[in-house]
Write a protein that binds this ligand. Sequence first.
Ligand code: ZN
Length: 143
Amino acid sequence: MPTFKDNPALIREVIMDHYEYPRNKKLKNDPSYTKVNLDSESCIDNIDLEVKVEDGIIKDICFDGVACTISTASTSIMSELLKDKSVEEAKVIIDNYIAMLHGEEYDEELLEEANAFVNTSKQANRIKCATLSWIGLKDILNK
Ligand code: ZN
């Protein structure tokens, strides 16, 4: 796995790739999905997030809406990283991701491409953008 720390070129490449070609950015509008709307007062971000959980496994995550580079890329990466994970595994990964964004200790190995947001913790006004959909998903999984 490439290391993101001290590698701004890699960080930029991964974030721009997920912003320009967001994965799973299409709502399914299927009643078997749980849907939430997430919006931010501090940014343009207004995301509809849909997740399908079956037998304790996250079968699908998708989203749509208006969002900045950071929130689009972080939601796209989340949708790939947490798909096919168990709810319990996903909660651990989300907690580690949020810890990273808050400058706390976390397990880098769990986060894969989500490590691209390691430096976002230094931009206070961007932390909300990077965690909006992750916190939204955690709320769904906790229900
Ligand atoms: Zn934003």
